[in-house]
Structures are given as structure tokens and as C-alpha cells.
Design a protein around this ligand. Structure first.
Ligand SMILES: Cc1cc2nc3c(=O)[nH]c(=O)nc-3n(C[C@H](O)[C@H](O)[C@H](O)COP(=O)(O)OP(=O)(O)OC[C@H]3O[C@@H](n4cnc5c(N)ncnc54)[C@H](O)[C@@H]3O)c2cc1C
Length: 535
């Protein structure tokens, strides 16, 4: 079915009220672009999740209208916001790329390459017609009477727009793009040099011949240090505690061989992706089953780069087991190479306070710097920090329980794409793309306008817990903001299991008529109501 016919199945009324005529799919999207403010599916955010969601809408639900609202002036999300030197993925692009668009270069990609890849997806699928930039969503409210979301947005000139949508596909990520997290250290204002957070990299940052101190131990710090080591006088990585780094060649032998024998790129993508997933699963399993062996292997690799005299135990031997926190991949061991060359050094200590020249450590040593880069993480943003209301009542996400980390109890017609910690984020974009499209079609088939998840009688005495188990994974931004996150139950369907391999089987086979799905707003009733109202 094309055009408005199927659209009517999930809330046709407001479009009719706006005088929209029966149109082809193309005209429909043009019309949305030009004037209409009602859409079937509103996607929030034009990052890798939002663009993926748009592709799946076009591919699997071509008879529905959709629109992406993005607050920035361009697409890319994370890859647009972050411009610090060396910005790159730490996952391989055979799995961080979409399943439908082959990745054709080295597995670890620069931010620029990722943006180019996303740009191609947009252009090849004409997704740009359905994106409105400079639209920051400021409010979303659900009406059970109309089975509709009303979304308010504002542009940078302060002009307001109101949209209505049947379904919200939340692809707004998990952190605040405007401001990174910087701890408050004593004496910060005394420091006479420049302090930079990598999330807001100044275009005119001048590192040449400067002494740089990078505070942090995660992927950002590990990326920055080798990227600036050549340019500056010296760069010191100051970490409170060590992280595991996984040095490996930035190449995929299997992909290179397949390319050499002229296998086509789509097939290479599918095969290499499967192989990468197989290897990752194997690694995660080993980290769980034999953490000490994996730890010894990782430390031995570090020692190989850094030499026998380097104190690996102090600087690169974390207290936690591998993969308990994100394992940072370093292509070609570049961080270790920078340290081995003497251009960079690592200090494992705690900051006591900032001084005029740099920082004073708890050990009593002072580190001098011209520029301090605080690679200290993010501020959590729960559903874009958008105030949500249901029938006029504000939603407190901490009062909800998540259904598989994507839906929330008693919140109708809304799915959030929250990716994986131990696997590429985008794997979940594709999985949830299939799920949302299947759900929308199922609602059409049932003639229902709204769907929400709710706890079943058998869940009544289930223990309710915080969103993540901090023993399993504990990034700072989640720990700091856990009280604002939805909660989870002890049964797998009420958790974000973070297990792609399990979900890749479970999600496609979800029974959409299972007891936890509650459908409302039978179309025949809605249409009868409208006729009655018109009379
Ligand atoms: C530096 C860095 C490197 C990373 N590397 C990897 C990696 O290698 N592998 C991996 O799996 N993960 C990685 N991640 C995690 C990464 O954030 C995700 O993989 C992914 O890019 C997130 O995509 P997203 O589209 O869901 O969210 P985002 O990229 O955060 O995009 C969300 C978009 O929504 C918009 N938005 C938010 N709120 C609103 C609003 N109220 N109104 C309108 N628009 C709004 C934002 O402006 C933004 O454009 C990395 C993260 C960072 C910061």
C-alpha cells in the first residue's frame, strides 16, 4: 500500500484536519518538508542512530511519513560534536557501520570518515528531504484521548514550532552535547594556562611547542595523546587509575584478502561483519571465563611496546577485569608508541589541587603545563533532557521500568535507541530498526493507535533495580546520573542486557501480542468519535 492509506492506520485524523490531500510517498515527504507538521513517526536526532532509523523507515515502512528533528545545524551527532585532534572510532566500522551500507576502508575510522559514510547514506537514500535541522525539541506531551504526541521545538532564533506525531523514535543519544563533564578541582581558577574539554575543542587551539597535560584514562585521552604528541613539546597523560588498552593493527586481513580477489563490497561487509562479531563474542566470553589469562595477554602486549623496564603493573594494570569497563582499542598501539618514543609520558596519581603552573598531585609532585585537557567524560542526558508529559502529568523516567532498554512502562508509542557498551552501538540501531517497523505494522494490522508496555501480574513481586549493575559496567556519567535513569527488573525482558548476541536472536522473535504489550485506541472507535465530533 502506498500513500495515505496505510498512514490512516495509525492516526489519520490530524492530517485530514490540516487539509492534506492523498499523495504519493514522494509527495508526502515533500509536503512534510514544506509545511505539514504532522507525521507518523518523529525521529529525534540526526546522529548515527537517527539516520539509521530513517533508513529503516524508508526501507521497511515506505508508506509511513517520518521526520527527523535535529537541534544542530547538521547531521552526525557525536561525530559532529567531537572535533579534537585524532577523533576516531574505537570500534571496528564493519560492525559500527550499518548492516545495509558496506564499510570499505580500515576498521578503525576517523570522525571525518564516519561523517562521510553517514553523508553517503543520507544522499543515496534522499534522507535529507526528511531532516529539519536547528530544531531543538523542548517539550513532548502525549494525549491518550488523541493517541498523539505533541512536540514543541525551537530554533536558534527563538522561533517555535509545534509538531504532532503518532510515534516517537528517540535517537538523541545519552549525553549532553553542549557541555562535557569537568570535575571541580580546588584551585582551578588559579591556573594561568588554558583548560580545554575535548567535547568543545577550540578551532584556534595552539598546541605547538606547549607542555600539555591530558587528564583522563578513557578512549578520548588515549586518542588525543598520540595525535598531539608530535606537535607539542611534551604531553603527559595523568590518570587516577589504569585502563586496559588493546593494541592491534588497524587492518582487517580477511577484508583485504577478499578485496584482493575482487569479491564485491556488499559480500565483504557481510562476511567481515560476521567474523568481527564472532571474534568479539569470543573475546567477551574469554574475559568472563578466564579474566586473568586475558589480562596477562593484554599486559604482555603493552610490555612489548613499552619495553621490559616500564612499570606496566602501575600504569596499565587495572583492578577490574577486562571488559568490566570499556576496553579501549588503540590502533597500531599508537598510545604505547608515543610513550615509548618519549614524546608522551604517563603518570598514575590523584590530583590534590590545581596550581598556577599546573596540578599538584596527592603524592606531592607538581606537574607543570601550559594547557590542561580534561578528558573527563560526559554529562548524562536522559532522553535528551526533554520534559515529557503524559496526559498533562510530567514523566519521571526513574519511575519507569525499561522493557529491554528500549521502551518504558506506561509510556506509549516511544522507543529509545540505547546501544551497547561491549559491542558497536549501531548493531542495536539496525536491530531496533527492524523491531520498530515490525511494531508499527503490527499496530496497523490490529487497527490500534497506541502501544505501551506494562508489568504483568507475574512481575508484581519482581525486584526493581538501577538501570545498570555497577559491578558489570560503571562509566562515570551513568553512575553520576543513575537516579535519573529508568530502572530495570530482574527478568531479562525488563533489562537492557547489553548482550548483542542474545538480543540478535531474542528481539526478532518478540511476540508482539505477549501480555506486556497493551494496545489502545481502536481505529474504528477513533473514527466514530471523529464523525460524532464533526456532527
Ligand atoms: C568520542 C566518542 C567516540 C565514540 N566511539 C564509539 C565507537 O567507536 N563505537 C561505539 O559503539 N560507540 C562509540 N561511542 C558512543 C557513541 O556516542 C555512539 O556510538 C553513537 O555515535 C551514538 O549515536 P546516537 O545517534 O545514538 O547519538 P548521538 O551521536 O549523541 O546523536 C544524538 C543527536 O540527537 C540530537 N539531539 C539531542 N537532543 C535533542 C533535542 N532535544 N532536540 C533535537 N535534537 C536533539 C543531538 O544534537 C545529536 O545530533 C563514542 C562516543 C564518543 C563521544
Amino acid at each position: 500500500m502506498s500513500g495515505w492509506g496505510c498512514l490512516s492506520n495509525i492516526g489519520f485524523g490530524p492530517l485530514l484536519d490540516m487539509g492534506v490531500q492523498v499523495a504519493t510517498e514522494y509527495e508526502m515527504n515533500e509536503q512534510i518538508h514544506e509545511s505539514g507538521n504532522h507525521i507518523d513517526v518523529l525521529i529525534v536526532g540526526a546522529g548515527i542512530s537517527g539516520i539509521g532509523a530513517a533508513y529503516h523507515m524508508q526501507d521497511q515502512c515506505p508508506d509511513k511519513s517520518y521526520l527527523i528533528l535535529e537541534k544542530m545545524d547538521g547531521f552526525g551527532g557525536t561525530w559532529k560534536t567531537h572535533n579534537y585532534p585524532g577523533i576516531r572510532s574505537d570500534s571496528d566500522l564493519y560492525t559500527f557501520g550499518y548492516r545495509f551500507k558496506p564499510w570499505t576502508s580500515a576498521p578503525i575510522a576517523s570522525g571525518e570518515e564516519i561523517l562521510k559514510y553517514m553523508g553517503e547514506v543520507i544522499e543515496e537514500n534522499r534522507i535529507d528531504r526528511n531532516i529539519r535541522y536547528d530544531q531543538m525539541i523542548t517539550h513532548a506531551s502525549w494525549s491518550s484521548k488523541d493517541n498523539l504526541w505533541t512536540i514543541e521545538a525551537v530554533n536558534s532564533d527563538g522561533e517555535r514550532q509545534t509538531y504532532t506525531a503518532n510515534f516517537l523514535w528517540m535517537c538523541q543519544g545519552y549525553y549532553n552535547h553542549d557541555e562535557g563533564y569537568t570535575p571541580e578541582w580546588e584551585g582551578m581558577s588559579d591556573f594561568r594556562g588554558q583548560i580545554i574539554h575535548p567535547q568543545k575543542w577550540p578551532e584556534d587551539a595552539d598546541l605547538k611547542d606547549k607542555k600539555i597535560l591530558v587528564i583522563g584514562s578513557g578512549a578520548t585521552a588515549a586518542t588525543l595523546v598520540p595525535a598531539i604528541a608530535e606537535e607539542c613539546a611534551h604531553v603527559t597523560l595523568l590518570q587516577r587509575s589504569p585502563t586496559y588498552f588493546w593494541p592491534a593493527q588497524n587492518a582487517n586481513e580477511l577484508a583485504d584478502t577478499l578485496r584482493e580477489i575482487e569479491i564485491d563490497e556488499e559480500l565483504i561487509h557481510a562476511i567481515v561483519r560476521k567474523k568481527a562479531l564472532f571474534d568479539q563474542q569470543n573475546m567477551i566470553q574469554r574475559c568472563n571465563e578466564e579474566p586473568e589469562v586475558v589480562k596477562a595477554e593484554l599486559l604482555a602486549l603493552a610490555q612489548e611496546f613499552l619495553g621490559p623496564d616500564f612499570d606496566i603493573e602501575k600504569h596499565f594494570s587495572p583492578k577490574y577485569r577486562p571488559w568490566q569497563q570499556r576496553l579501549a582499542f588503540i590502533p597500531d598501539g599508537d598510545l604505547f608508541q608515543g610513550i615509548a618514543s618519549g614524546a608522551a609520558s604517563v603518570v598514575t596519581d590523584e590530583i590534590d589541587r590545581f596550581t598556577e603552573q599546573g596540578v599538584m598531585l596527592k603524592s606531592g609532585k607538581e606537574l607543570e603545563a601550559d594547557i590542561i585537557i580534561t578528558a573527563t567524560g560526559f554529562n548524562l542526558s536522559v532522553l535528551g533532557d526533554i520534559p515529557f508529559a503524559i496526559d498533562g502529568k510530567p514523566v519521571n523516567w526513574a519511575d519507569t521500568i525499561t522493557y529491554r532498554g528500549m521502551m518504558f512502562t506506561d509510556v506509549p508509542n516511544l522507543v529509545w535507541v540505547f546501544g551497547y557498551f561491549r559491542a558497536s552501538w549501531t548493531l542495536r540501531v539496525d536491530l531496533l530498526g527492524d523491531f520498530v517497523c515490525r511494531l508499527l505494522k503490527h499496530m496497523d494490522k490490529k487497527g490500534m493507535s497506541s502501544v505501551a508496555v506494562t508489568l504483568r501480574p507475574e512481575d508484581s513481586d519482581m525486584e526493581i533495580q538501577p538501570w545498570i549493575d555497577t559491578d558489570d559496567f560503571n562509566p562515570g556519567y551513568l553512575q553520576r546520573g543513575m537516579n535519573r535513569m529508568p530502572r530495570k527488573g530482574t527478568k531479562a525482558i525488563w533489562q537492557h542486557t547489553q548482550d548483542y548476541w542474545r538480543e540478535s536472536e531474542d528481539i526478532p522473535s518478540i511476540d508482539l501480542d505477549a501480555e506486556e504489550f497493551v494496545y489502545r485506541g481502536y481505529k474504528a472507535e477513533a473514527e466514530t468519535d471523529q464523525v460524532a465530533a464533526a456532527e
